[in-house]
Design a binder for this molecule. Structure first.
Ligand code: CTP
Length: 402
């Protein structure tokens, strides 16, 4: 599962550094490509020779080689890695990372890395409990890094308690889950997903709607279900087949934006994740005529009122344990518009569809999307089947849960 994944390990100077030999062996056995950076003090605990031999790559620890002047490019290392794992992460290096100090190759690479960073604290009992360390850990988590918590047990000092670095097998599991979300941390998560179009009546025989078929929403719902999530699927009338195991609300009859909002709202407080794939009408006629409107006039005007924005309303009240994922369908200034929706609606991630892409969007079985996360980083995917696109999107959602 870690085949060809590029794992960069940053080893700090702590007694748990000896466990990195086992960790590197485990990762290599799983066909990962491993490179190691060591701080100078890490070398007091384990030799570069051991880690270079096991990882099959030279160990880096200096900004440049004083013998021949060759520069070790921390930016390149940071860009090379698919995941950067700081283990053991000592109080000292954690503090540097949390404050942006790039005093050695390990921390400079941390600041340059674009990949997910995992950190495995290891220190003595009272150090791990110290408010300064705790606040640095909190800070690092808030920057999007993933904590692999220290475990309970006997510490090198002889004290018992929290502070032991996670075991190599546990660390490997974290990496495998990150790269293979089918192992899935979406299992048993309660997810609300809106899909399809809404319809806003004008009179008993006419309505305003859009071309949404709900295909993308269905593909995502199916993928979530396959990974063990409980999906509440709220949609307007769609004709595509749907997994029977989804909790489906309203696919037979047409639904207005107002109705979709009312029904979604009932679930807001119970769900872990909301995914808004629906193409909800932004406006609806101020008045719906009870009788069929006759063509008596040469010109005809309808007055509209703004509808409730379901995603926006959820974004206002969602808790820190809830995630919301939005979609943006754009015809121009796509990235800019998507980013502004991400911020405005308090999304944790937004998926952009551009009407300029051929064979993508409404009705097609293929789609081409870009995913933008809260840090405004963009991932651009190729044109793929909607099933594959759903897989990519759900993989990205899994990453948000790590
Ligand atoms: N959305 C929603 N309720 C609405 C309108 C939109 O939940 N009343 C959600 C959509 O499901 C989508 C996201 O908000 O996930 C963005 O929808 P979109 O129609 O692209 O954006 P709008 O906010 O309607 O902006 P505009 O039409 O001006 O582009």
């Amino acid at each position: 599962m870690l085949e060809n994944k590029k794992i960069l390990i940053g080893v700090c100077g702590g007694i748990a550094a000896y466990k990195i030999a086992t960790l590197v062996r485990l990762l290599i056995k799983k066909n990962a490509i491993v490179k190691v950076i060591m701080t100078e003090s890490a070398k007091d605990f384990i030799t570069p020779l051991t880690l270079a031999t096991l990882s099959k790559n030279a160990v880096e620890s200096k900004f440049f080689n004083s013998e021949n002047g060759v520069w070790t490019n921390h930016v390149d290392l940071g860009l090379w890695a698919d995941a950067y794992l700081i283990a053991p992460a000592t109080a000292n290096e954690l503090a540097k990372m949390a404050s942006g100090i790039s005093e050695n190759l390990l921390t400079a690479t941390y600041l340059s890395a674009r990949c997910k960073v995992f950190f495995c604290p290891a220190m003595d009992l009272d150090m791990y409990q110290h408010p300064a360390v705790k606040s640095n850990i909190e800070k690092l988590i808030s920057y999007g890094n993933k904590l692999i918590p220290a475990e309970n047990g006997e510490l090198a000092s002889g004290l018992f308690g929290e502070g032991r670095m996670a075991e190599p097998e546990t660390i490997t599991n974290y990496l495998e889950t990150y790269f293979n979300p089918k192992n899935s941390n979406l299992k048993n998560k309660k997810i609300l997903l809106t899909a399809g179009p809404t319809q806003e009546s004008i009179d008993p025989v006419r309505y305003i709607s859009n071309h949404s078929t709900g295909k993308m929403g269905i593909a995502i719902a199916n993928e979530l279900k396959e990974r063990g999530a409980e999906v509440i699927f709220i949609s307007g009338a769609i004709s595509e087949p749907i997994l029977k195991t989804l909790k489906v609300i309203n696919i037979e009859k047409n639904i207005t934006a107002e109705e979709m909002y009312e029904v979604s709202k009932k679930y807001f407080s119970q769900i872990d994740i909301a995914i808004f794939t629906a193409a909800v009408a932004d406006y609806s006629p101020k008045e719906i005529s009870n009788e069929k409107i006759k063509k008596n006039e040469d010109e005809f005007t309808i007055s509209f009122k703004k509808n409730k924005d379901i995603a926006l309303e959820f974004g206002k009240i969602k808790t820190k344990n809830q995630l919301s994922i939005g979609f943006a369908l754009e015809t121009n200034n796509e990235i800019l518009n998507a980013k502004s929706k991400l911020e405005k609606k308090n999304f944790d991630m937004i998926i952009l569809n551009s009407m300029k892409n051929e064979n993508a969007t409404f009705g097609y079985d293929t789609n081409k999307v870009s995913v933008i996360n809260k840090n405004l980083e963009e991932i651009h995917f190729d044109l793929k089947s909607k099933k594959e696109v759903a897989n990519d999107i759900v993989n990205e959602i899994e990453k948000l849960l790590l």
